[in-house]
Write a protein that binds this ligand. Structure first.
Ligand SMILES: C[S@@+](CC[C@H](N)C(=O)[O-])C[C@H]1O[C@@H](n2cnc3c(N)ncnc32)[C@H](O)[C@@H]1O
Length: 267
């Protein structure tokens, strides 16, 4: 495969951190994806929980802060993410692949895969792994975005990347989104519950939008090591500055959203 890969994208925690911070600071309506997953799992605080594709471990850190007493395990296939998660007191951080999880059958009461299934080459295989490590009657929750999430900002970057012959690559995201996940999970788990969250990012100044746009580069076909990176960032910066200069008093609004799909493995 040519072009950006999840491995290169998550070799550092930086772009993910910028995206998470942007969603926390620039959402039009209050956005609490942690609470959405906690509610879907109906957590009581004593569960053994594994978070697959845990990133820097903030979901597990949040559970720890709210007094979760059960085992908290984070799994990721990025060394940088595992190192970050391992630094959180009370969290077991494990290097592993969602398609072949390093756990026994029925080992957990609750398993999550938040905003990561779209990077996995065989998402059905990963879902079967989530089912395998969850005890019968336990709960699984998976979150993915709507397909048009942040399409306006992505479009800005994609247009400038195209001037350098670059385009989004299939190996970076696999097409699992809010339109495809419920049926895919129903194949593996039977009955599923879907909660939908619609929102938008809003920016009233160029700097945070430019920062966010740069954090989307891999999703727009621009490898972290691309020689065109600086030129594309310059062009995007010019576009954003021009937009704010010509739309005085307006905010850049970019619709976004995600679903949480919850399921209970039976036997
Ligand atoms: C978009 S980030 C989401 C991180 C975290 N779940 C969150 O919501 O903040 C995707 C994460 O999944 C990890 N990842 C991607 N493919 C994976 C795989 N096959 N197995 C395990 N982790 C994977 C990446 O390294 C990255 O940390």
């Amino acid at each position: 495969m040519t072009g950006p890969t999840p491995t290169a994208e998550y070799a550092t925690t930086d772009p993910l951190r910028v995206r998470i911070d942007t969603h926390a600071q620039h959402s039009e309506h209050p956005d609490d994806p942690v609470a959405a997953v906690v509610d879907a799992l109906e957590l009581t605080g004593g569960e053994a929980l594994a978070d697959i594709g845990c990133g820097d471990g903030r979901f597990l850190a949040h559970l720890g802060r709210r007094g979760h007493a059960g085992r908290l395990v984070g799994v990721d296939n990025s060394a940088a993410m595992v190192t970050a998660a391992a630094a959180i007191p009370g969290v077991e951080a494990v290097t592993g692949d969602a398609e072949a999880l390093p756990f026994g059958d029925d080992e957990f009461d609750a398993v999550t895969a938040r905003h990561m299934l779209y990077h996995v080459p065989d998402p059905r295989r990963a879902l079967r792994e989530l089912a395998r490590i969850t005890r019968p009657g336990g709960r699984v929750a998976v979150t993915v975005n709507h397909p048009a999430t942040c399409a306006r900002t992505r479009g800005l970057v994609i247009d400038r990347a195209a001037e350098h012959g670059l385009a989004p690559v299939v190996g970076m995201v696999n097409g699992v989104d809010s339109t495809t996940l419920p049926a895919m999970m129903a194949e593996v788990f039977g009955e599923v519950r879907v909660d939908r969250f619609d929102n938008a990012l809003v920016f009233d100044a160029p700097a945070p939008l430019i920062r966010f746009a740069e954090a989307l580069f891999s999703f727009c076909g621009i490898d972290p090591a691309s020689p065109h990176r600086a030129a594309i960032l310059d062009a995007v910066t010019t576009d954003v500055d021009h937009w704010f200069a010509t739309h005085l008093g307006e905010r850049w609004r970019d619709p976004k959203g995600y679903i949480v799909v919850a399921a209970q493995p039976c036997c």
